[in-house]
Write a protein that binds this ligand. Structure first.
Ligand code: PAF
Length: 281
C-alpha cells in the first residue's frame, strides 16, 4: 500500500483516504463521494480495529461482509483502491502487545470517552497507522462521530501531519435515524423507534436557535423526548462547545454548540449529534 501510494503521488495525484470498519452504508458512501470531489484517487480502508473495542463490546459480533462492501463500492464507482489489511499487518507485535499509542486524555474523558475507556486511544492509533500506510493528502471522516473527528483534528495538528481532514455530514434514514453499521442489530420496530434520537436533538437545536437561555430547559426537553419511548435508554445528553467539546455552562451570544447523545436500545448503543448556533444579541 505504501509503494502504491508513493507511485500515485509520483504521478502527481491527490490522494484521499476514507477509513471505515466496513459494513458500508449510505453514510460511508457519501464520505466516498465527498472524497471524490476533493481528490483524484480515493482509497477506502476496511479494518475492524480490535483496539477501539472494550472487553465487553461487540468486536466479535461487529458485522463484516467484505464482498458486499466491495460490491457497493464498485456500484458507486470512482474508488481506486480498497485497503483491507490483516490484523498482523497493522499490529505487527499483536494488538495486545502494542507499545506505542496515541492518546489525548484531555479530550477523551468526556462524552463517549467517559463510557468507553481506551476507545479513542485505539481510534487515534489505528488512524495514524492507516495514514502511514496510505499516505493520503486528505482524510474524510463522518461528523456523526463528532468526538472522534475533533480528536483526529487535534492529532493532525499536534503531530504536524500534512493531511487535510474533512468532515462529512451525517446521512439519515427517512425517520431521521443516523446511518450506522450498528443499526443492523436493531429490529424493524426499534429502527423505527430510534428516530426519537434525532427528534430529541433537533428539538433542542430549535430551542437554542430560538433563543432559549436555560441549559436545564433544553436538556430537560431531551430527557423528556427520549423518555417518551420506553425502549430507549439515554446514556448521556450533553451540550458542549464546538471546538473543545467542553460542557457549556451558559449559552453565550454567537456561541456554536454541539448537542450530543448516546442512547441504548437493549445493548445496542447509538450516537448522534448536531450543531446549534446561539443567537447573537
Ligand atoms: O469511524 C470508524 O469507522 C472508525 O472509528 C475508524 C475511523 C475507521 C477507525 O477504526
Amino acid at each position: 500500500m505504501q509503494v502504491y501510494a508513493d507511485m500515485q503521488r509520483m504521478h502527481g495525484r491527490k490522494l484521499a483516504l476514507v477509513p471505515t470498519m466496513g459494513s458500508l452504508h449510505k453514510g460511508h458512501l457519501s464520505l466516498v463521494k465527498r472524497a471524490q470531489a476533493e481528490a483524484d484517487h480515493v482509497t477506502v480502508s476496511i479494518f475492524v480495529n480490535p483496539t477501539q473495542f472494550g472487553p465487553s463490546e461487540d468486536f466479535e459480533a461487529y458485522p463484516r461482509d467484505f464482498q458486499r462492501d466491495c460490491a457497493l463500492l464498485e456500484e458507486l464507482g470512482g474508488v481506486s483502491a480498497v485497503f483491507a489489511p490483516s490484523e498482523a499487518t497493522l499490529y505487527p507485535s499483536g494488538s495486545d502487545q502494542q507499545r506505542v499509542w496515541i492518546t489525548c486524555p484531555e479530550m477523551s474523558s468526556q462524552l463517549c470517552g467517559k463510557y468507553r475507556s481506551g476507545h479513542f486511544r485505539g481510534v487515534l492509533t489505528v488512524v495514524m497507522k492507516l495514514f502511514a500506510a496510505c499516505n493520503p493528502h486528505i482524510g474524510v471522516f463522518g461528523l456523526k462521530d463528532i468526538q472522534q473527528f475533533v480528536l483526529l483534528k487535534k492529532m493532525i495538528e499536534d503531530l504536524s501531519l500534512n493531511i487535510k481532514i474533512i468532515g462529512g455530514e451525517t446521512v439519515r434514514e427517512a425517520n431521521g435515524l443516523a446511518y450506522s453499521s450498528r443499526n443492523e442489530y436493531l429490529t424493524a420496530e426499534e429502527r423505527h423507534q430510534a428516530g426519537i434520537i434525532s427528534e430529541a436533538i433537533y428539538s433542542a437545536v430549535q430551542m437554542i436557535e430560538a433563543g432559549e437561555k436555560s441549559l436545564e430547559t433544553v436538556t430537560g426537553k431531551i430527557h423528556e423526548t427520549i423518555g417518551s419511548v420506553p425502549q430507549a435508554k439515554l446514556q448521556y445528553a450533553e451540550i458542549v462547545t464546538a471546538g473543545t467539546l467542553q460542557p457549556v455552562e451558559q449559552f453565550m451570544p454567537g456561541m456554536q454548540v454541539i448537542i450530543a447523545l448516546a442512547v441504548y436500545f437493549r445493548q445496542i448503543r447509538l450516537i448522534d449529534n448536531a450543531f446549534a448556533l446561539v443567537p447573537a444579541q
